[in-house]
Design a protein around this ligand. Structure first.
Ligand code: PEP
Length: 253
């Protein structure tokens, strides 16, 4: 953890969740007790179909909501897209952008991710910009170079700790049960903080929350959350179980 930074644990429900599953959000709110509230911020990013409902269910809980993507565009003839302003209007405070599933399955480039992050900021959302290397890239010793290049291409100019969150999610760790070693996470998060320093200035970079994501579970959360420069987690599968999500949050406390 970075002691001066309040950690954030964000749940990415991906394309999971029907109306009835909003109970997961209510259960997380019930378990977000005074001790946890003092220690860690929480956010839930449900599918767009449940965003308003989740925002309403979570009113008064101090748990934020977020979208899983947003358009680069403000409004208009973009069938199927959701603008950042629409997410904000549905109660969101965050927008995940550049998740590896978007980069891979939808061919999103660094430039697109940067445009989405800027669109999110324009709507007063905080973008959670995802970066991470593939297995081949790690095995070829290119992980640091790949992630630094993604940061240079995807991070909005002039961002600060108040307007940006970065999530390091090794592609090979997402949904696989595999995680990097604590030493590898430490090396990567230190490199990300340094690269942000070059891009945004040291003072701004020092305040940016750097989340680790990729197979975070209650059983590995304490180790991962205690790595230097890890300021919380972006959680996929385990965020669909309230008790597991809360246990991960407790690991930040
Ligand atoms: C994710 O999709 O952002 C993620 C981290 O997934 P999981 O926790 O399931 O690996």
């Amino acid at each position: 953890m970075t002691r001066s930074i309040r950690p954030l644990v964000a749940g990415n429900w991906k394309m999971n969740g029907m109306k009835a599953d909003i109970v997961i959000a209510s259960e997380v709110a019930k378990g977000y007790d005074a001790g946890l509230k003092a220690a860690v911020d929480l956010a839930i990013c449900p599918p767009a179909s449940l965003l308003i409902t989740a925002s309403v269910v979570l009113v008064g809980s101090r748990i934020a909501t977020g979208g899983q993507d947003c358009s680069t565009q403000g409004s208009g003839a973009f069938t199927g897209e959701i603008s950042a302003a629409m997410l904000a209007d549905a109660g969101a405070s965050f927008a995940i952008v550049g998740h590896s599933e978007r980069r891979t399955l939808h061919g999103e480039s660094n430039a697109t991710v940067k445009a989405k992050a800027e669109a999110a900021q324009k709507a007063l959302l905080v973008p959670i910009v995802c970066v991470g290397e593939t297995k081949d890239e790690r095995e070829a010793g290119k992980a640091l170079a790949v992630v630094k290049k993604q940061l240079r291409g995807s991070i909005p100019d002039g961002a600060t700790g108040a307007t940006l969150v970065v999530a390091y999610e090794p592609v090979w760790a997402i949904g696989t049960g595999l995680t990097p070693t604590a030493a590898d996470v430490a090396e990567m998060h230190e490199a990300i903080r340094a690269e942000l320093g070059r891009l945004l200035g040291k003072a701004a970079a020092a305040g940016v929350r750097l989340l680790y994501g990729g197979s975070v579970k209650p059983s590995n959360a304490v180790e991962l959350m205690n790595v230097a420069n890890v300021d919380g987690a972006l959680v996929g599968g385990a965020s669909l179980k309230a008790e597991e999500f809360l246990a991960i949050a407790r690991a930040c406390g």
